[in-house]
Design a protein around this ligand. Structure first.
Ligand SMILES: [Zn+2]
Length: 287
């Protein structure tokens, strides 16, 4: 049978559509597979790192052996991939890198996907610093307040800035609900979808409950803050939904029992998102 060229056009278009559709499907599948298997490094973890995490990161004390090993593996990848830079006279040490990486990676312990893919650089100041950025809101929603010293910042363009003395203080007391590294890296997770709005990348179908619960809890904190009522959440979380997620993350890891008791729905949402249940790790007398 002889076909004219015009007869073949629909067949060619159909084949082309199948090819393009197949390519898109395959690339999504491959991206999904790679995002579920973070590439951890093969070389041994330096023995000194165990000691650094023991001394500097009490939050890691209650992890299982497997979780601690994974935390150090994630920290190893973090240290290898991210650029650290000292500011204000700081000479960056291995102890600084490992401490910051270990606390930051605590958030990733049971999350699938890459290691802070949008982050490139961690800047370390010796103590509270005055932001050099112009006034306005960053992509992560962090409010910039020029001329007012701050202890940490998270930029949407791949930079986190922390004050080392605050990193040490925040990590040392693992039950006060204040940890600048947890806070700033929660902002990084929040901004991974390109928008710092208090909504990180959630599992399919999780957005509706997340938006309802965190919206209600945010309003509750605003009311508590206005009435000067004490809360498991720092009043700073009442400044925006972005800050609320970062502050809630600090309380989730550092005051899990109080947060679970006083804000069970919020605790449940954070537990679902992070894939962790810190309240089951701690003794009831410590939080
Ligand atoms: Zn913040």
């Amino acid at each position: 049978m002889i076909h004219r060229v015009t007869d073949l056009i629909p067949v060619v278009l159909l084949a082309l559509a199948c090819f393009v559709g197949g390519y898109v499907l395959l690339s999504r599948l491959l991206r999904g597979l790679s995002s579920q298997q973070p590439r951890l490094r093969k070389e041994p973890i330096p023995p000194a790192w165990y000691d650094i995490v023991d001394r500097r990161v009490p939050l890691a004390h209650d992890l299982t052996i497997d979780e601690r090993e994974r935390l150090l593996r994630l920290a190893q990848r973090f240290v290898a991939e991210k650029h650290f830079e000292g500011c204000g006279g700081v000479t960056v040490t291995e102890e600084m890198k490992v401490t910051i990486a270990a606390v930051a990676c605590l958030l990733l312990l049971h999350l699938e996907g890459p290691c802070y893919p949008t982050l490139r650089t961690v800047l370390i100041y010796p103590h509270a610093f005055v932001p050099k950025r112009a006034a306005g809101a960053s992509r992560t929603g962090e409010l910039m307040r020029p001329a007012i010293p701050v202890v940490g910042q998270s930029w949407g363009l791949g930079v986190v800035i922390v004050a080392w003395d605050e990193v040490v203080r925040g990590a040392r007391d693992a039950t006060d609900g204040h940890n600048v590294v947890l806070h700033e890296f929660a902002h990084q997770l929040d901004g991974e979808d390109g928008v710092g709005d208090g909504v990180p990348l959630l599992a399919t179908g999780a957005l509706r409950t997340w938006a309802r619960v965190l919206g209600q809890e945010y309003e509750r904190l605003r009311d508590d803050s206005a009435a000067q009522r004490l809360s498991a959440l720092d009043p700073y979380g009442a400044t925006s939904k972005t800050e609320f997620f970062a502050v809630a993350t600090e309380s989730f890891f550092e005051r899990p029992l109080q947060l679970e008791r006083e804000h069970p729905e919020l605790y449940a949402e954070l537990k679902r998102f992070y894939g962790q249940d810190p309240a089951r790790r701690v003794s009831p007398t410590t939080a």
